[in-house]
Design a protein around this ligand. Structure first.
Ligand code: DC
Length: 234
């Protein structure tokens, strides 16, 4: 009998609050965490570092081989480590954000990253943050959340986050960049961001982080009580 670790997938557009929700849930449940967006961002950083042609899918695939990316909490903050070097700040720049969204549109790059991402599924469980976690990477899980918020709210939140990290941005410019990235993430041919009816939808536009967390944790607790023995022991 093989015990398969449970996974909560949290998909949604940028700025919807997925990152915060995943971190809180991972710490409360003491489950592992996968920030899949950070993996595309790390690839973008490597593309810049190695000066790989952004139109060369093969060149990017070569960088995606044997990626050593880990996530760990330090004083309550999630840190992204590449070969044990903390690159959490470096991957949040606008240049990296834009490049990551372009890289994420390459089908073979996405396919190559599937097993790597699935490797994060370990007991006692995983919280997976992204765009295609519930649809492509972990479609078998019964714990799927789709977190959304309107574009203005998401832009405002992202702006505050960037200001906190010392990056000054103009609201309107950021809004049009977010809109452009949203469109690319929703309209690409492979693994686009999309809502399926098997996910719990939480719209965080008018509710607090605490309320979002409570709704999500209630959903998981209720589902796990009724289905853990049914679905996760194979
Ligand atoms: O969530 P994020 O902003 O860190 O993601 C960076 C980019 O990667 C973003 O443009 C969407 C893309 N992405 C993706 O295509 N699939 C994922 N599972 C996660 C992120």
């Amino acid at each position: 009998m093989m015990i398969c670790a449970p996974v909560v997938t949290i998909d949604g557009p940028s700025g919807s609050g997925k990152g915060t929700l995943c971190q809180v849930m991972s710490q409360k449940l003491k489950w592992h965490i996968l920030d899949s967006g950070a993996i595309y961002r790390v690839l973008a950083l490597l593309v810049l570092y190695h000066q790989v042609d952004i139109s060369s899918e093969k060149g990017i695939m070569a960088l995606a081989h044997n990626l050593d990316v880990r996530f760990l909490f330090q004083n309550g903050d999630l840190r992204v480590m590449l070969k044990r070097v903390d690159i959490s700040m470096k991957i949040r720049s606008q240049v990296v954000s834009d490049l990551a969204s372009r890289i994420a549109a390459f089908p073979y790059v996405r396919e190559m990253l599937l097993n790597f991402q699935r490797g994060f599924r370990k007991l006692p469980g995983l919280i997976a943050d992204g765009r295609d976690m519930g649809t492509v990477v972990f479609p078998d899980t019964s714990l799927k959340i789709f977190l959304d918020a309107n574009l203005e709210t998401r832009t405002y939140r992202r702006m505050l986050q960037l200001h906190k990290n010392g990056v000054n941005v103009n609201f309107n410019e950021l809004l049009s960049q977010m809109k452009e990235r949203d469109e690319r993430d929703r309209n690409r041919s492979v693994a686009p961001l999309m809502l399926r009816d098997d996910a719990l939808i939480i719209n965080s536009t008018h509710i607090s982080k605490q309320q979002v967390t409570e709704i999500a944790l209630d959903y998981v607790r209720t589902k796990i009580n009724v289905s853990i023995s049914k679905h996760y022991i194979q």
